[in-house]
Design a binder for this molecule. Structure first.
Ligand SMILES: Cc1ncc(COP(=O)(O)O)c(C=O)c1O
Length: 373
């Protein structure tokens, strides 16, 4: 007897980036930070471990809420902790989007949003970015009938304009690394009939963010991760910043103890070390600029990145991105080959150390010169 819900059986499921065995490849595929996290985070983990793990952690990660509130100039009840920002996105989707309702996302962007809608039995509306990575006005409007909405990847049948319940907007976006200015996002939030989640997984590399918008507009929610800029992807810690009346609802949806004692302590220590963050992001941004410049010099189209990766697409179909990806992998460098239905393909390369990026660039150049071994 198969009791699995139909929508779960029908969905493909989100597939995370490859995680090879330690030392098997240089990882430039999942936008991790190549540097070691603040020593204060490691000290905090050791201190908690020494004290023992027999007790449950604080259910809301109170120490982290306070530390993050200090950094962002809000009260602690504007912050909620998650087991990675994927947990935050899951909780938000479960809080706002029910069966047959609509969740909107730009395309191409973070693939998980669509999987989250599918789990809810909801419909996702994928709205194409414009060629310059801005968004069409439609993105801020109520969902319309098939005929009047040429911007969508797949047509939506029988649209109830009031069924749009949540909009995701990664900023900077993945895979492009491109950034929408705060004013453009404020305009979208003002026009929308539902909450707008600005997924700022990469905002620390952009030098600007939308935290002020949360204070100005009750519809704006910010999602953040410690996985990228804080070099703590293995820890699993993310958080959101939103009005207390929203947090009050999302707290009901999260697991009782969604963050463990080690991660709360380490994330708290890490976010308090803003000096480490500033120094590390500066290094990564400098390497990113070199990576982007060299890939352009080699002939790739590379939109201006505000994140810790670049999006690289060859201007014609004479180069197979997949072959280049496989060539780099054979030679020990793992990048992300992405192919988006109805849109196109390319390689997303995460910013590693200068040494790893230079070695990867040398291999790309070899490939363009005809090497295939
Ligand atoms: C746009 C975006 N949001 C969220 C995440 C999730 O990060 P984590 O669950 O590690 O916090 C990622 C990870 O790649 C991402 O690219």
């Amino acid at each position: 007897m198969n009791c699995v819900r139909e929508n779960i059986e029908a969905m493909a499921g989100y597939v995370p980036g490859e995680q090879p065995k330690e030392g098997e490849a240089v990882k430039l595929n999942t936008n991790e930070n190549p540097y070691r996290a603040s020593e204060k985070a490691y000290d905090a983990i050791r201190a908690v471990a020494d004290k023992g793990l027999s007790r449950y952690p604080n259910a809301v990660g109170a120490a982290f809420r306070e530390a993050a509130a200090n950094v962002y100039g809000v009260e602690p009840d504007w912050v909620m902790c998650g087991n990675g920002s994927d947990d935050i996105l899951t909780i938000l989707t479960r809080t706002f989007v029910g069966e047959n309702q609509i969740l909107r996302l730009p395309y191409p962007s973070y693939i998980l949003y669509k999987s989250l809608a599918e789990i809810q039995g909801a419909r996702s509306e994928e709205v194409f970015f414009n060629d310059d990575w801005s968004l069409p006005d439609y993105f801020a409007q109520k969902p319309a009938t098939t005929a009047t909405a040429p911007f969508r990847v797949a047509p939506l049948e029988n649209v109830d304009p009031n069924s749009l319940k949540l909009v995701y907007l990664p900023n900077p976006n993945s895979p492009s690394g491109t950034l929408l200015e705060k004013d453009a996002i404020a305009k979208i939030a003002d026009a929308l009939p539902c909450p707008l989640v600005v997924d700022e997984a990469y905002a620390d590399f952009a030098g600007q963010n939308c935290v002020e918008l949360v204070k100005e507009n009750p519809r704006v929610i910010i999602s953040r991760t410690m996985s990228k800029s804080y070099a703590l992807a293995g820890l699993r810690f993310g958080f959101m910043i939103a009005r207390p009346e929203i947090i009050e609802q999302t707290l009901k949806v999260k697991d009782s103890y969604n963050c463990d004692a080690l991660s709360i302590a380490a994330a708290t220590a890490a976010i308090q070390d803003q000096e480490w963050l500033a120094q590390t992001t500066q290094k990564i941004v400098a390497t990113r600029e070199r990576l982007a410049a060299k890939m352009r010099e080699l002939g790739f189209l590379v939109p201006e990145s505000h994140a810790n990766f670049t999006w690289n697409a060859w201007p014609t179909d004479e180069l197979s991105h997949e072959e280049l990806y496989l060539f780099l992998k054979r030679n020990g460098y793992l990048v992300r080959y992405m192919k988006y239905a109805a849109w196109g393909e390319g390689l997303r390369i995460s910013v590693g150390t200068d040494e790893d990026v230079d070695a990867c660039l040398a291999l790309v150049e070899d490939f363009l010169n005809g090497r295939r071994d």
